[in-house]
Design a protein. Structure first.
Length: 189
């Protein structure tokens, strides 16, 4: 989970697929199956969703330096059964964590229509609005600016999704991965 000391939780992790294992003790979904809140690269093909967060063999490297921490993640998009698509679908992500911002980069997936998905924790009473090159989210402790270098898929700033585990509402943002890498910058203002 990405947490900011003044703004609180920003990017969560959730279960990938929500199932009622104990129906009498679990919250039933209200509007169809819950969408995962975990940041990810995903590809839908042949009625199957392949996600970076499903790859149990992804390689993660990190490096600390004077300006922050850099993570590089490489793997293969997989479904929940660890199956890969017929054509290879490698993914490549980078996270740069600095004191004033976080930058997430995602590279295209071998000429496929994959997308980067970042669901930002944002309840219905926390307004979001488009700004030049991004989105601004009002939080009780301040504002969060999310800016990017590629066209976003056109999320409606008034739409929220909910996932029972971890119990957050989120503003879903996504970018098609084609051509140059997509870079998303997250910073409090």
């Amino acid at each position: 989970m990405l947490w900011h000391s003044a703004l609180g939780p920003l990017l969560p992790a959730s279960v990938t697929e929500y199932g009622l294992m104990e129906p009498s003790n679990m919250q039933p979904p209200r509007e169809g199956p819950p969408v995962p809140l975990t940041p990810r690269v995903e590809l839908e093909t042949g009625g199957v969703t392949y996600r970076s967060i499903n790859d149990l063999n992804a390689q993660v490297r990190h490096q600390s330096g004077p300006v922050g921490i850099h993570f590089e993640i490489r793997g293969e998009l997989r479904d929940r059964r660890q199956t890969t698509p017929a054509e290879p679908a490698p993914f490549h992500l980078e996270y740069e964590l600095a004191t004033d911002r976080i930058v997430i980069r995602a590279w295209p997936v071998a000429a496929r229509r994959a997308r980067l998905v970042l669901p930002f924790i944002c309840s219905r009473d926390e307004p979001a609005r488009r700004i030049e090159g991004g989105m601004e989210i009002e939080k009780p402790g301040g504002r969060l600016h999310v800016t990017w270098n590629a066209p976003e898929t056109g999320a409606d700033p008034s739409i929220r999704i909910f996932h029972p585990v971890p119990g957050f509402q989120a503003l879903p943002l996504a970018w098609e991965l084609s051509g140059d890498p997509v870079a998303v910058s997250i910073r409090p203002v």
